[in-house]
Write a protein of this length. Structure first.
Length: 139
């Protein structure tokens, strides 16, 4: 009696990762993603704290840094830091996400340029007088 031939084992398709909505990722950023980054690298977490998720499309996450945080954006792009972030994102979302780092637009303040200028000596003296209840002494 011959035994029936065993069918070749077919590989099970990998389970599809759970769907991820952008809103879910925005909510999880502070609560879950940044703490997961901190477990791997406190300096990376500190730098990424300035960023915020602004888009998620085709498993590509776009993180925006404030316009004045160019230095931190460049640090985030460093492969070591970007890998730490991708690992944390995978831990939280179960998805392998690509990450793009961008700078936000400079925000125009409603104040005039004059108020953005460095304070004058008189302004500083007045501030010291007010803050420390100081008085000028004539010599």
């Amino acid at each position: 009696m011959t035994e029936p031939k065993a069918e070749p084992a077919q590989a099970e398709p990998a389970p599809e990762p759970p769907s991820l909505a952008f809103e879910q990722l925005q909510e999880a950023w502070q609560r879950s993603v940044l703490p997961a980054v901190a477990e791997r690298s406190i300096p990376a977490e500190s730098m990424l704290r300035e960023a915020r998720p602004v888009a998620l499309a085709d498993d590509e996450l776009t993180l925006e840094f404030p316009a004045e945080a160019e230095f931190h954006r460049r640090l985030a792009e460093d492969p070591k830091n970007a890998d730490v972030l991708r690992e944390a994102l995978y831990e939280v979302t179960s998805r392998k996400l690509a990450v793009v780092f961008v700078l936000g637009e400079k925000r125009e303040s409603a104040e005039t340029d004059e108020s953005a200028a460095a304070p004058s000596e008189e302004d500083l003296v007045a501030l010291f007088k007010e803050t420390f209840d100081a008085r000028e002494v004539d010599e």
